[in-house]
Design a protein around this ligand. Sequence first.
Ligand code: BT5
Length: 242
Amino acid sequence: MVLKIIHLDEIDSTNSYAKLNFDKFDDKTVVLADIQTAGRGRYDRKWVDLGCGNLFLSIVLKPSNDLKQVYACLPQYLAVVLSNILRDYGLSPSIKWPNDVLVNDAKIAGILCESVMRKNIFQGLVLGIGVNLNAQKDDFAKIHDKTATSLNIELGCEYVDKQVFTEKLLSAFFENYDEFLEKGFEFIKSKYISHASFLDKEICVQSLNKKNKGIAKTLTDRGELVLDSKGKILVLTIGDIL
Ligand code: BT5
């Protein structure tokens, strides 16, 4: 499959750029940037650029499914794809619900999925990912509130080839994407669980303004987190494990 790739030297955010130009781009167009000056995370948080050896990309997706089926668990699909690749590099990644990817308990990647609506009609999605491929330990001081890592540090090597990594990621993503769209989270559930680090543990989940504590029991067939909070079963659709 030949992908349409737009390679930018510098941009505020690949997600913002892909959303702005959404109507001009075909389904499965990839926007890549060497430098990202205002990378965004979820809930208005920031994604820090640790230098141009790192990966910042967004994929324009125009699936025909209705919004709810795919939107919620597409980032989880990408988290599984990335975790499989990191495993192939010899690492033991873990997924923190819903879609943080960690190595040795430090965040190596972040995923941001945004829907594009016109007059309340779903047009598609922009799925963005940032992966720390090449960073220096000192760079992590720029991230004040979280422990971060990068692939070169975890592998103990000087440089990770960004182009090779990007090709691996995109080809693995698109290899099973159509089947994922058809089958949804169930298609990746067992793989997701094999990478999940939070199950059967006592966790605290912040969902909007509410915190829920409990034991993470399992995931539903739609990727929601099932929490046992003192015997009360909660099914959480959004949130962050604190
Ligand atoms: C995310 O949000 O992790 C989603 C990040 C998505 C970034 C990509 S880059 C390409 C595309 N274009 C964009 O503008 N965004 C996407 P969240 O779960 O809210 O986590 C954000 C938090 O991660 C921050 O508050 C920091 O604590 C931490 N963080 C920021 N930069 C980081 C980095 N480079 N490495 C590890 N952690 C980081």
